[in-house]
Design a protein around this ligand. Structure first.
Ligand SMILES: Cc1ncc(COP(=O)(O)O)c(C=O)c1O
Length: 385
């Protein structure tokens, strides 16, 4: 009856089952994996958000495959503030970054074609790729006093079926940015092999050390699809507003835009109230981002303070984003460790394999966890060793 692509193993894994049982039991929980910004105690400019959603202009239906000019103008302005010139005509609005991915996969790939994805990274791509009949091939990121792309592995992974290289900038959960020299190398490889760059920049604004990180949105060295949205940069995942910017050599860019226009015109998925609200929603990002960067910095200092009291655990470098990667003694599998921490200490962490880490002894914690919960949960985690 059903398509093979939907033959997923949908059984609940042991950790999710344990978490759900823990929650049902009503026991307290120190959740060090929180990622929903609307549940982390951040203050939003409620007045500005709600009044932006009441724009009378939304009473009129003006279908546009790229999305309303007023909203694309706000996205273009976002990039202008990052010193990148992105024309309104090169932007498509989508309801989420995930939807933007699917438009790009559909534009580039026939069934069975391949896309390169970084490992470790965010576990979003598997289902997206299955739904679009695309095969994912991993290229390793290596850690040596900071993360970097293993370019030798990346080049080895390219086959005649490769259509694109995905970069998550900064990557989730490693929190490292693609460096200018790496961007140059990616352009060179992509242009030579005829593959596109697909840049996921949902965490771009959350740099901890450098003031501003260069975006891929105006990259001209290879056909480039750059994605971001309100989920992370404004902390508003419920608004369902994101975008896709196309750049690169003129002929390829024009061709890609024409193809994307047909896909976008088929769905016309954006709602009018959100599009009219986008300029105001984007404006309120600064207040949100200040709070997030403040919390992430405080939690990172607390992590360092607690790590300095012992020798078993250490953390990897964090350049940005919302997560920290902690190295712990690999005396059992990361999943066993997560189960133990939940059962004995009511602390929930993500095991490294959740993010495709190839070795054991890795725990990922969310740096946007409210400070008290973070500090208490971490103390219990560290005491466990
Ligand atoms: C790297 C990365 N890309 C994309 C997304 C999804 O964003 P959206 O809500 O716009 O689909 C996430 C969500 O956590 C993410 O971590």
């Amino acid at each position: 009856m059903f398509a093979k692509r939907t033959n997923w193993n949908l059984e609940t894994n042991r950790l999710s089952a344990a978490l759900s049982a823990h929650r049902t039991s009503g026991k307290p929980l120190l959740d060090l994996t929180v990622s929903n910004p609307t549940e982390c105690g951040f203050r939003y400019d409620e007045q500005a958000i709600l009044s932006a959603l009441r724009n009378p202009a939304a009473l009129k239906y003006e279908p546009n495959p790229r999305g309303l000019e007023v909203a694309r103008g706000a996205v273009s302005q976002y990039y202008a503030e990052r010193d990148a010139i992105v024309s309104n005509d090169d932007i498509f609005l989508t309801t989420s970054t995930s939807e933007a991915y699917s438009y790009v996969f559909r534009t580039l790939c026939d069934p069975g074609d391949e896309l390169l994805i970084p490992a470790p990274s965010y576990p979003l791509f598997e289902f997206l790729a299955d739904i679009q009949d695309v095969r994912l091939v991993r290229y390793q990121l290596i850690y040596d006093h900071g993360w970097q792309i293993d370019f030798h592995a990346l080049e080895q992974a390219i086959t005649p079926r490769t259509r694109g290289v995905i970069v998550v900038h900064p990557n989730n959960p490693t929190g490292h940015f693609t460096k200018p020299e790496e961007m140059r190398k990616l352009n060179e490889i992509s242009a030579t092999c005829g593959v596109a760059i697909i840049a996921d920049e949902v965490f771009l604004d959350f740099a901890l050390k450098e003031k501003q990180i260069a975006t891929f949105a105006a990259n001209s060295g290879a056909l480039t699809f750059t994605m971001s949205g309100l989920s992370k940069i404004c902390g508003l995942p419920q608004m369902k507003a994101a975008w896709l910017a196309v750049s690169g050599p003129e002929a390829l860019r024009v061709d890609a835009l024409a193809r994307l226009e047909v896909i976008a015109d088929t769905y016309l998925s954006m709602s009018a109230p959100i599009q009219w609200a986008m300029p105001a929603l984007l404006r309120q990002r600064h207040g949100f981002q200040e709070q997030v960067i403040g919390r992430v910095s405080k939690n990172l200092s607390e992590l360092d303070r607690q790590l300095a009291t012992q020798k078993s655990c250490s953390r990897l470098e964090v350049e940005g984003g919302w997560n920290a990667v902690i190295r712990v003694p690999a005396t059992r599998s990361d999943e066993e460790l997560a189960l133990e921490l939940l059962a004995s200490h009511s602390v929930y962490i993500h095991p490294g394999h959740f993010y495709d880490f190839s070795s054991e002894g890795i725990v990922v914690v969310s740096l946007i966890t409210p400070e008290n919960e973070f500090s208490n949960g971490l103390r219990r985690l560290i005491l466990h060793f």
